[in-house]
Design a protein around this ligand. Structure first.
Ligand code: BG6
Length: 278
């Protein structure tokens, strides 16, 4: 079942419930901010002090970073692009299977986006809520010139405590350490005892987030880069919409096209970034 809801300030979202899972998706940013299998703990982390307000990105869930990841050369433009703070259109849903709900959201260029990014585009998000969570972000170039994108499904995972966590799937992968801008190579699993902000490259295969009592797997398509981020103590104090100890219970593993994994989309062509979480 899907229900359209609104907060008292007019912030609109859709609640999804089926026999396998439940979820919540805001129309701003097509931003999924809750996903849990029936009878289980939520998979996604959501800040207790996040703003649900037009023009401000929700802190947690899965922000969509698009059409650029990170800073733009023009620092007056928003970090991680404009898609996460734009109002998307809810296109349709498919509820024909009681264990699975699929929803489609769309964002197209308008006067405001053309001022920030000079291309005509159609961006679609297909989300499937079932015992797995699938997100497909399809970029179509409807301009007459090619464009380049960087992007991410910036997933915040909820963890029991960051010190209990390890991440498998990056052994021997090169990465850019975004804190020092040095290129390094991963040795074994990733564990956390300080701030981590890295863009892993040449990623292929399933990533496993191991926590005390559960394992979450992530499979990406249309992507060879994955961002792993935990702000740790000092940075958390400077982050918007995060309590001071919030870093203890979250970890971002972001299915991306970032750093050297830039994608060129030719006129009338598409590129799809897909993440499956199970
Ligand atoms: C991560 C970046 O993807 O997003 C970090 O690697 C950044 O450097 C983080 O701090 C959060 O960004 P924002 O814009 O949501 O505060």
């Amino acid at each position: 079942m899907i229900t359209h809801k609104k907060l008292p300030n007019g912030f609109a979202y859709i609640e999804i419930k089926n026999s396998a899972a439940e979820a919540k998706i805001a129309l701003q940013g097509a931003h999924l901010f809750h996903y849990a299998r029936v009878g289980e703990e939520p998979i996604l982390w959501l800040s207790e002090v996040s703003d649900f307000e037009l023009g401000k990105a929700i802190r947690g869930g899965v922000p969509i970073c698009w059409p650029w990841f990170g800073f733009n050369e023009d620092r007056t433009l928003p970090q991680h692009g404009f898609a996460r703070v734009s109002l998307w259109e809810f296109v349709c849903s498919d509820e024909s299977d009681e264990k699975r709900t699929t929803l489609t959201f769309r964002l197209t260029h308008n006067k405001k986006t053309l001022q920030m990014w000079h291309y005509k585009f159609e961006l679609e998000l297909h989300v499937t809520i079932s015992d797995k969570l699938t997100m497909e972000l399809k970029t179509t170039n409807i301009d007459d010139k090619e464009f380049e994108i960087t992007q991410a499904l910036h997933t915040y995972f909820k963890v029991s405590h960051i010190s209990n966590v390890s991440v498998k799937g990056f052994n021997k992968n090169p990465y850019l350490d975004a804190l020092t801008y040095k290129n390094k190579v991963q040795d074994g699993d990733i564990t956390f005892n300080q701030e981590v902000d890295r863009v892993y490259q040449e990623v292929d295969g399933i990533i496993v987030l191991k926590d005390k009592k559960r394992e979450i797997s992530i499979n990406n398509d249309g992507s060879s880069s994955v961002v792993v981020w935990n702000p740790w103590i000092e940075k958390t104090l400077r982050m918007s919409a995060m309590k001071k100890d919030a870093y203890e219970n979250m970890l971002c593993i972001e299915s991306a096209n970032a750093f050297d994994d830039v994608r060129v989309v030719k006129p009338q062509k598409s590129h799809t970034l897909k993440a499956t979480i199970f």
